[in-house]
Design a protein around this ligand. Structure first.
Ligand SMILES: [Zn+2]
Length: 442
């Protein structure tokens, strides 16, 4: 290519919120995205560059793209289908509908809508757990959003449909398949310890170990789950069961609401991440996670939206807000979880959860350019005395103006350049008829 040494994008007049180790902020800064999509330079003032695209941030915040460390993207198809009810009732309504409606086309449509919603809202990376993960990888490729995914397992056959043994054979093939850099090879997702027995959990640990894959699992979400797990697994907690089946090490644990002190110790000593999903937890009245205790124990805590059927939107700014406010309320101390800490949870801690922190999660020279530019004209971001506070307490999705992933502009002036907005919405509306029919026929 003729221009392979030319800088791709230069962002000027920016307040660069780096989320680096010291939380440094560069006022009146410039950031240059180099020829290969890396952050080539960051500095106060101007930087020499030959970029063909120059973005004038006009003083606005430029920050790392948000990382959604637990979601079910394809579940947009079922958004609003089961609300004002418990997790158990919600799953009883959702799961049969999923089996009837989902196929490759449907998951692709649901994931594409989720990618559109995510990118427009400043989310540049998602850790997904859903059926038919090839559809999510296709969307990752076409939309430019980073999606990490892998085979998921429950004891029901799912929409594929595959019984456990067949699913295991399929997953082995899936994990063996070569993928390009944007693809994801490294995940196995047992749904939970309440929907899987001990033998199956051991089998999945062996599968993950064979492929050096990481574990993404729901754990300790509700009181109902704690009771089910205790009954099914001889009085143990979900964390204890994961530890006993070799699934806890470096795992990504969605929710982690109901943890005892021993659970927290085990999570810390196994270098697992807890993904806090406050919107889902509070909507389903699941409880309040012990975020401060987890942090005191040295556990990496990231943020997630959970699936849009329980969440219900894929809005990490809401998670940012709820996470901070609820911990302050429960601790009766407004000083806990200060703004920079919450910004870390939504960015670099998510990158650590995915073991991608050498590439993304902060704005530093040499990392990939995954970043968002906020709107300098937004009334609610004005004035902006402390950008970390502005991010933690004022920014909404409507303030996201431009989004760059892997050095490519994917959202420009609030318009997604990689997904056709209208057709993404229409495809899911169309599938809505089948979704409703599947519920009515129950
Ligand atoms: Zn979930």
């Amino acid at each position: 290519m003729a221009n392979e040494t030319k800088d791709r994008i230069a962002i000027i007049n920016a307040q660069i919120v780096t989320v680096d180790e010291s939380g440094s902020v560069i006022d009146n800064g410039s950031l240059v995205v180099g020829a290969n999509g890396e952050i080539r330079a960051i500095s106060r003032g101007q930087i020499d560059n030959d970029a063909s695209v120059v973005v004038d941030a006009r003083g606005a915040i430029v920050m790392p793209g948000l990382i959604n460390a637990h979601t079910h993207l394809g579940m947009t198809l079922f958004r609003g289908l089961g609300d004002d009810m418990s997790l158990e009732d919600f799953l009883a309504r959702l799961m049969p509908a999923e089996i009837k409606v989902l196929n490759h086309h449907a998951v692709h449509a649901g994931t594409q809508l989720a990618a559109l919603e995510s990118l427009l809202g400043g989310i540049t990376t998602s850790l997904d757990m859903y059926y038919l993960p090839d559809a999510a990888l296709e969307v990752a490729k076409s939309s430019g959003m980073r999606i990490q995914t892998g085979p998921n397992f429950l004891e029901s056959d799912g929409p594929e449909p595959l019984a456990f043994a067949d699913r295991l054979a399929w997953a082995t093939k899936w994990l063996e398949a070569p993928r390009d850099e944007t693809g994801s090879t490294g995940w196995v997702a047992p749904h939970s310890t309440y929907l899987l027995g001990e033998d199956h959990l051991h089998t999945l640990a062996a599968l993950a170990s064979k492929f050096e894959a990481r574990i993404h699992v729901h754990a300790a979400e509700t009181v109902g789950e704690m009771q089910l797990v205790a009954k099914r697994h001889a009085g143990r907690t979900p964390i204890q069961v994961l530890a006993d089946t070799d699934l806890l090490r470096q795992s990504v644990l969605a929710h982690g609401v109901h943890l005892n002190d021993r659970d927290i110790e085990m999570i810390a000593s196994n270098s697992a991440t807890v993904v806090h999903c406050p919107a889902s937890n509070y909507k389903l009245a699941s409880g309040v996670a012990r975020i401060l205790d987890l942090q005191r124990a040295g556990v990496n805590v990231a943020l997630g939206t959970d699936g849009p059927a329980s969440g219900n939107d894929i809005d990490l700014w809401i998670a940012i807000r709820l996470a901070g406010y609820m911990q302050k309320t429960v601790a009766k101390n407004p000083a806990v979880l200060p703004a920079l800490e919450i910004v870390r949870m939504a960015t670099i801690n998510g990158a650590k959860a995915l073991q991608l922190n050498h590439m993304i999660g902060s704005l530093e020279v040499g990392k990939r350019a995954d970043l968002i530019v906020l709107d300098s004209d937004s009334p609610s971001l004005t004035p902006n005395f402390d950008p970390h506070t502005t991010i933690a307490a004022s920014v909404t999705r409507a303030d996201v103006l431009h989004v760059i992933v892997d050095g490519k502009l994917v959202v420009q002036n609030r318009k997604c350049l990689t997904i056709d907005h209208k057709s993404a919405i229409n495809a899911v509306k169309e599938l809505g008829k089948q979704v409703l029919a599947s519920v009515n026929n129950n």
